[in-house]
Design a protein around this ligand. Structure first.
Ligand SMILES: Cc1cc2nc3c(=O)[nH]c(=O)nc-3n(C[C@H](O)[C@H](O)[C@H](O)COP(=O)(O)OP(=O)(O)OC[C@H]3O[C@@H](n4cnc5c(N)ncnc54)[C@H](O)[C@@H]3O)c2cc1C
Length: 150
């Protein structure tokens, strides 16, 4: 088994085949990591959420990190770490085009809205909560890959 660095187009290939990333956010020296669905159109990851801890933390500290992993049948894996900056796509004049773009990109995936649109405690407050779109602008990216040398 050897580990090699992946180039930009190899990283892009891993991202193109993935639907779920681990999104790492932080506030006051406390990291917080959750899985999220995403759609990617370089240089942006687009995603969707309801109000909650991760969006609050990203509003306070827009510097985030995403991890996208891919495993093959054997021992081989590929992973991409993307460093970027959170930006909300508010439901306001001036943002319609970007929101529509996020919606159409995410809408290509079946049931993309389910995990982000549900909370553990159902009820009027959860159902009535606004749906938020955001994007992560990728500022840098690294990729590593294991290759079975046997
Ligand atoms: C495959 C997959 C895809 C997902 N896709 C999306 C998506 O596209 N958009 C989206 O918004 N969410 C998605 N989720 C759910 C997401 O991982 C979070 O659980 C959810 O967004 C709530 O995050 P929050 O910060 O708003 O939590 P809040 O509702 O504000 O709750 C915060 C509290 O709940 C705990 N908590 C939150 N989420 C989790 C969790 N997953 N596991 C354990 N503890 C948790 C935190 O530690 C904290 O104590 C996905 C989950 C999975 C498994």
């Amino acid at each position: 088994m050897i580990i090699r660095e992946m180039n930009k187009s190899e990283c892009a290939a891993v991202i193109a085949q993935a639907r779920v990333a681990r999104l790492a956010v932080s506030r006051e020296d406390q990291p917080y990591l959750v899985p999220v669905h995403f759609a990617y159109a370089a240089p942006f990851f687009y995603s969707f959420t309801m109000p909650g801890q991760k969006i609050e933390w990203m509003r306070q500290n827009p510097k985030v990190c995403m991890l996208i992993e891919q495993y093959s049948a054997g021992r081989e894996w590929r992973s991409v770490v993307a460093y970027g900056r959170f930006e909300e796509l508010p439901d306001r004049i001036g943002w319609k085009r970007e929101r529509d773009h996020a919606w159409s990109m995410l809408g290509k995936q079946a049931s993309w809205w389910e995990p982000g649109g549900l909370k553990p405690v159902p009820g009027p407050s959860a159902n009535a909560a606004e749906h938020l779109f955001y994007r992560i602008e990728v500022e840098s990216m690294t990729g590593r890959q294991s290759v079975d040398a046997d």
